[in-house]
Design a protein around this ligand. Structure first.
Ligand SMILES: Cc1ncc(COP(=O)(O)O)c(C=O)c1O
Length: 412
């Protein structure tokens, strides 16, 4: 194919536009292909290897059979799901949203993130995001023409009282609030937060969130907060939505997803809750991305949100067991483990294994041990900051995690 500028002495113009030039094929595609070709256990991409609750799957089948959602659903989402989201936010967080004007259903959290950024960011606006970050953030900021300003989470003692500074205390990735404050300029439009945080497993504490809220109010910033792992918090960690803090409801776009909470990542049902003006803005962009998606699955997600508390407790228990199993296996194999307080990912440091380049390590790992992982450097602008870190997913059956641990023990 010839491009329009093929007579240019500088050579043909690349097909991919400049804003997206840095976003080639994702590492996930490369690593998943490697998993297949080597018969490795894929702990790279974060999807569960068992489907969510049977009754939720049946609800989707029923909706399909009953002809609900087989044609374009309403732009903002089916009323059943909008009502269920509003009821859930009230029940769990005492946050009140009008299901007609303050809830928007999206094609997964991914579309919600893209639509929010396209709606709220002008070219040249700065968007602060916590690095390492979920890979769609950088691409969505770029598509909106914004400038991303990373604030790097760095290893430190996990929060947790008196023993936090003791030798051998669990490590986690922490936000430096002074660095966040210093990153805000007159051009900052928006903070893009993620808690519980992928890939580090950090759950921002009440004190950290209160400080972020104060900063957002003081500097009049909008906040988009990706809370898709809201139910996946362990031990005594607590997920607190940023929108519950003083002054935040009117400036915060909160994003949720059925993919993580109900283990149906292929359904792509997500949602936004925010004030009516913010939802109206996000909807303006969203309507020209997918317009609508996942019709019958929206009805099933509505039923899922009304599942009894037992389901959510069971999910958390099962995943916590998976975390503990994988963390023990990784520690035994010689990795330094950052014990996640949330999500279904564990970040490790490979330096105790005599390695320092996560990319090279992950490319070799399938051959060496029959396991696939992701180099955290792909989630960084400052790649060198992420070089020695590698991420493993534990949303897998216990026997799969156990087998991965046995294979990884060969690295010793
Ligand atoms: C932090 C974060 N946000 C959003 C998503 C995507 O969610 P969805 O599948 O609902 O688009 C993921 C998926 O891995 C994620 O880790």
């Amino acid at each position: 194919m010839t491009s329009a500028a093929s007579t240019d002495p500088a050579g043909p113009r690349p097909l991919l536009n400049r804003r997206l030039a840095e976003f080639g094929t994702t590492i996930f595609a490369e690593m998943s292909a490697l998993a297949l070709s080597t018969g490795s256990i894929n702990l790279g991409q974060g999807f569960p290897d068992t489907d969510g609750p049977e009754e939720v799957r049946e609800a989707a089948v029923r909706a399909l059979r009953d002809g609900r959602g087989n044609q374009y659903p309403p732009g903002p989402g089916v009323p059943e799901l909008r009502n269920a989201v509003a009821a859930h936010q009230h029940r769990r967080y005492r946050l009140d949203f009008d299901p007609d004007t303050e809830v928007l259903v999206t094609a997964g959290a991914t579309e919600a993130i893209a639509a929010a950024l396209l709606a709220l960011v002008e070219p040249g606006d700065e968007v602060i995001a916590l690095e390492p970050y979920y890979d769609s953030y950088a691409a969505s900021i770029a598509m909106a023409g914004g400038t991303r300003v990373p604030v790097t989470l760095r290893p430190g003692p996990a929060p947790g009282g008196a023993q936090a500074d003791a030798p051998g205390a669990p490590l986690s990735f922490r936000l430096d609030l002074d660095e966040l404050r210093d990153a805000v300029t007159d051009r900052t439009r928006l903070l893009l937060l993620n808690t519980p945080h992928n890939p580090t497993g950090t759950v921002l504490t009440r004190a950290e969130l209160a400080e972020i809220a104060r900063l957002a109010v003081e500097r009049d910033l909008l906040v988009v907060t990706d809370e898709v792992y809201e139910y996946l918090v362990y031990d005594d960690a607590e997920h607190i939505p940023l929108a519950t803090f003083p002054g935040m409801r009117e400036r915060t776009v909160t994003i949720g997803s059925a993919g993580k909470t109900f283990a149906f990542t292929g359904w792509k049902v997500g949602w936004v809750t925010a004030s009516a003006p913010l939802v109206t803005a996000v909807r303006s962009a969203k309507q020209f991305l997918t317009y609508v998606a996942s019709g019958p699955f929206q009805y099933a997600a509505a039923e899922a949100l009304a599942l009894p508390q037992d389901y959510f407790d069971g999910l958390r228990r099962t995943l916590q067991e998976g975390r503990d199993l994988l963390a023990a296996g990784l520690t035994a194999a010689g990795f330094e483990v950052y014990r996640p307080a949330g999500t279904y990912f564990i970040t490790t440091d490979i330096r105790p294994l005599g390695e320092s380049d996560g990319f090279a390590f992950c490319r070799a790992l399938p051959e060496r041990a029959g396991v696939v992982a992701i180099p955290n450097a792909v989630f960084y602008d400052h790649r060198e900051e992420g070089a020695p870190f590698v991420r493993f997913a534990f949303c897998k059956r216990p026997e799969v995690i156990q087998e991965a641990a046995t294979r990884l023990a060969k690295l010793r």
